[in-house]
Design a protein around this ligand. Structure first.
Ligand SMILES: *[C@@H]1O[C@H](CO)[C@@H](O)[C@H](O)[C@H]1NC(C)=O
Ligand SMILES: *[C@@H]1O[C@H](CO)[C@@H](O)[C@H](O)[C@H]1NC(C)=O
Length: 242
């Protein structure tokens, strides 16, 4: 579920709501004034159990429209002995359209478009997701295995006319989404997971030094879910749960 400043405030007042357990902030030291044509968010789930429930996500906004998009990875149960990597790519902007087979109208029970793909993958590989303008106001999300170089399109959607390129700076998050629809939960029931959030980058000319600047706990279980974070030169290792 996307996170906004308002939702973060709501969560701080209502500790029974799940939303994001962990948040991160990303930005570039410099971008061209009209924004980014493309952005890439790498993730690694090597230490994540192969179970559904967690979403490792990065959000982004576009110039000229109010609502954001997000993209990220979700672990899944193995199928027929194969590891399954699920990737999502959504727009929350009303008036977004799509004709891509991986996509449908609606996002988080509101307007927008949601796209997803599930592939047989390998959790020890780093996967990167590239969000790229492919003409006009149409954007494509592509899942790339950095070891095998396999590329899978997650989906494509078209923002309303008048929308521009990607804005510098937004948030990422780790969410345990079963909690979003449960009436209540206890913090000690959170299963273990781990993920590496690597710094974003862009091929857009003039985009310099993309970084995740900060990772921090969020929501109603702060200090109660075994949250650990290590910063490396390339990003942040995050662990949470029991
Ligand atoms: C997953 O990738 C690692 C590193 O490339 C490799 O050693 C391992 O054999 C792969 N596992 C499978 C099941 O292909
Ligand atoms: C951080 O580093 C410590 C010491 O090397 C290690 O025990 C811990 O598991 C690491 N945590 C994460 C989230 O990578």
């Amino acid at each position: 579920m996307k996170i906004t400043a308002a939702a973060a405030f709501l969560v701080s007042c209502m500790p029974s709501l799940g939303f994001a357990l962990i948040r991160s902030d990303w930005n570039f030291a410099r971008v061209p004034p009209d924004g980014l044509w493309d952005i890439t968010f790498p993730f690694n789930m090597a230490k994540a159990p192969h179970r559904s429930g967690f979403y490792f996500a990065q959000q982004f906004n576009f110039h000229g429209v109010k609502e954001m998009g997000y993209t990220g990875l979700q672990p899944r149960e193995d199928k027929k002995g194969k590891s399954i990597v699920h990737a999502a790519f959504s727009s929350f902007q009303g008036g977004t359209t799509t004709d891509h087979p991986n996509c449908h109208l609606g996002a988080d029970f509101g307007p927008g478009v949601s796209c997803a793909v599930a592939i047989a993958g390998n959790y020890s590989h780093t996967y990167k997701i590239t969000v790229r303008n492919i003409g006009g106001t149409t954007w494509r999300g592509t899942l790339i295995d950095t070891v095998t170089k396999e590329r899978d399109i997650i989906g494509e959607w078209t923002l309303p006319s008048g929308s521009g390129k990607i804005v510098n700076g937004q948030m990422g998050f780790v969410e345990y989404y079963p909690w979003n629809t449960q009436r209540s939960h206890t913090c000690d029931s959170l299963p273990y997971t781990s993920a590496f959030f690597q710094h974003p980058y862009s091929r857009t000319k003039g985009a310099v030094d993309g970084r995740i600047n900060r990772v921090y706990e969020n929501g109603g279980c702060i200090g109660q879910v075994g949250y650990k974070v290590n910063r490396t030169s390339t990003g942040y290792n995050i662990e949470v749960g029991h």
